[in-house]
Design a protein around this ligand. Structure first.
Ligand code: GAL
Ligand code: ZN
Length: 662
């Protein structure tokens, strides 16, 4: 039997005499895998070069006796005090030029050669010791790369590496001066050694330089992971290597990082951020899973799936009965082949004392344990069948780290956030029970009936051509506000009116625009007036037809949304950020034009998603609410698991299977 469920386990937090009880309870719950050691460097190397792996070997052997396999994490997100004491210079420098010190985690600089030397010594010993251990199946590199490194690191080592990176990219300093537009504010450089890391300035910053900095930081993290993976791969050729991503987090370009891993893993805490009460909306979570699947176009693992109330200093809401299971099966519905719950037992010490797990502080199995056990015993058998299969959506949303970086640097509108904007389009489709893929802009788009490419702010001639070809060959494309504004260097386009050559595709020009700041605006679509937010592109028709017009502003009665037939396809342009209602109605119209299939109908708390093999379709229907729900399916399926068709109990997960029509 393959592996489907597991827990994150920290045996070093507990007396050894407890371990066997833990493992017995895990076994009964149905656990098949644990992840361990990703923060245990000091326990494994308390003094330089003195390795203590016995405790871990003992834990692995005990687990293995019960048939539970182990994934080991390299503990490089938490270098121990003796390293810091010996080499304080490996602690990172923030934008204010201050050092960040020991006492939490991530107090490291990933470019620092001295830190890398410590890692090399440790990881080599670690990998050698466990290469042939029968209980070990794979490795997680570091932990949540990019986490806490948001504004880091500005140290001398990073500065040097950044200069080299720029030199490789631009060749000559003249090319860099050109690309960064350093004619402005006397920012010209004579040579690469004059360029610093972006320490805090007196006022303003150069958007082109900042874009390069963000890309460099991403490359550094990818290099850091790759370099560690190489060490392990050579010593442990039979083990897989993965890493736990954080959904849409953008410190590292996950498409690049995914490239060096055997498969991608993800961490998700739906009720983990108390600021988002009571929890993150399910549509946003669903989008996270879809983007994770998109990073490698493969099924993935959940390496940390929330299993209890979250909390560091402040706690989130307790999980309602059934809620954890619904979230776990949501991960599976979107492409997770394995779900590892964070964490086995709520620990008594440290920053995360209140980050709850399957067991509470007392270690006594209770409500959550019983729920997890039931979930595992219900669904493991089906996961054997559909493991490896993928959803196969008809709609794609284009997602790009570079666009995200550029809009983080200059959001244009104070509240415009790239991912939130994408999530608005996603939600309209999610509510209609239309599955979605996230793709990169230059991916082959031809298999999708509809491609939504929001905020194509940075543009290249290649990408323009790519979109034009897609539509010319029969594709349906949605482009939006702030498209074609900048070139790849984050300099404004000057040759033609916005949105550049894509204006030809959309049959429009955008000579002017309005930033709505704190105000909202209005749009007339059909006979109804709707709310819009943040932005209004002022559009002139050059062949397109208008399908909605502004009802506010000095540009009222001018086009807000347009439609243009081009070649054998259609291009829509949405010049604003639609409010929820307009988004819903416009997406209904467009998905009907594109003949997109919907999986069924139900209220907004009910999710539908499919995974498909060669000849079968598995359909998941998930009730994310505390109430009974009714639903109706489009298509013929047989109920495999669930109480009653067309009815859902609170938080019930139903599973259907059907034949794939070819
Ligand atoms: C994750 C992290 C875990 C743990 C958890 C709860 O981000 O990978 O190590 O910190 O959050 O805070
Ligand atoms: Zn550094």
């Amino acid at each position: 039997m393959k592996i489907h469920f597991g827990v994150d386990y920290y045996p070093e937090h507990w007396p050894k005499k407890r371990w066997e009880t833990d493992v017995q309870l895990m076994k009964e719950m149905g656990v098949q895998v644990v992840r361990m050691a990703e923060f245990s460097w000091f326990k494994m190397e308390p003094v330089q070069g003195e390795f203590h792996f016995e405790w871990l070997e003992e834990a692995i052997a005990l687990l293995d006796r019960y048939g539970i396999k182990t994934i080991l994490g390299t503990p490089t997100a938490a270098p121990p005090a003796w390293i810091i004491h010996k080499n304080p210079e490996i602690q990172p420098i923030d934008r204010e030029g201050r050092r960040r010190f020991f006492g939490g985690r991530h107090h490291d600089c990933q470019s620092n050669p001295i830190y890398r030397a410590h890692i090399k010594q440790f990881v080599t010993a670690f990998a050698k010791r466990f290469a042939d251990n029968p209980g070990v199946i794979g490795w997680q590199i570091d932990n949540e790369l990019g986490n806490s490194h948001g504004e880091l690191c500005m140290c001398a080592s990073c500065r040097q590496l950044y200069q080299k990176w720029l030199q490789r990219k631009y060749g000559t300093i003249e090319a860099l001066n050109q690309a960064w537009g350093t004619a402005f504010w006397s920012q010209g450089y004579n040579d690469f050694t004059q360029i610093g890391t972006p320490l805090i300035t007196a006022a303003g910053e150069n958007p082109s330089a900042m874009l390069d900095w963000k890309c460099y930081c991403s490359d550094l993290i990818v290099d850091f992971a790759d370099w560690q993976a190489e060490i392990i791969r050579e010593i442990c050729p039979n083990h897989f290597i993965t890493h736990n991503f954080m959904c849409f987090d953008n410190k590292v370009d996950y498409y690049d990082l995914a490239g060096l891993l055997d498969f991608v893993s993800n961490d998700i805490y739906p009720a983990g951020h108390w600021q988002k009460t009571p929890h993150q909306p399910e549509s946003e979570l669903a989008a996270c899973h879809d983007v994770i699947r998109g990073y490698k176009k493969k099924p993935f693992w959940m390496m940390e799936q929330q299993s209890g109330m979250a909390g560091w200093e402040i706690m989130g809401r307790a999980l309602e009965p059934g809620q954890m299971s619904a979230w776990a099966m949501q991960s599976v519905a979107h492409g997770a082949d394995v779900v590892v719950f964070f964490r086995w037992r709520t620990c008594a010490m440290g920053t995360e004392q209140f980050w709850h797990g399957i067991l509470g502080h007392s270690g006594k199995p209770g409500r959550i344990y019983n729920e997890a056990k039931k979930l595992i015993h219900t669904f493991t058998k089906y996961m054997e069948d559909f493991g490896g299969s993928m959803p196969s959506p008809q709609v794609a949303i284009v997602h790009s780290f570079r666009q995200n970086y550029a809009l983080d640097i200059q959001p244009n509108h104070p509240q415009l956030r790239y991912i939130e904007h994408l999530q608005k389009y996603y939600k309209a489709l999610y509510d209609k029970k239309i599955p979605v893929d996230f793709v990169q802009d230059m991916d082959d788009l031809s298999k999708y009936k509809l491609v939504i490419a929001p905020l194509q702010y940075l543009m290249t001639p290649e990408l323009e051509q790519h979109y034009i070809d897609y539509v010319a060959n029969g594709g349906h494309l949605i482009l939006t506000m702030r498209t074609g504004v900048k070139d790849a260097n984050n300099l404004c386009m000057t040759e033609i009116e916005l949105p550049g050559r894509l204006g030809e595709l959309c049959g429009i020009e955008v000579p002017e625009y309005d930033c709505l700041l704190e105000a909202t605006g209005g749009v007339l679509y059909g006979k109804k007036e709707y709310e819009i937010q943040k932005w209004c592109d002022i559009i002139e028709l050059k062949g397109a037809s208008q399908i909605a017009e502004y009802s506010t502003g000095f540009y009222k009665q001018t086009p807000a949304i347009t439609e243009n037939k081009y070649g054998s396809g259609i291009a829509w342009y949405i010049g604003t950020e639609p409010g929820e209602e307009l988004m819903e109605d416009i997406m209904t119209y467009i998905s009907e034009v594109c003949e997109i299939e919907t999986l069924g109908t139900a209220g907004n708390g009910v999710e539908m998603m499919t995974r498909e093999s060669e000849d079968k379709v598995w359909l998941f229907v998930i009730n994310h609410t505390n109430d009974e729900q009714v639903y109706h399916l489009h298509g013929r399926y047989t109920l495999l698991e669930g109480e009653r068709e067309e009815m859902l109990k609170p938080y019930e997960v139903q599973l259907f299977v059907g034949n794939k029509h070819k």
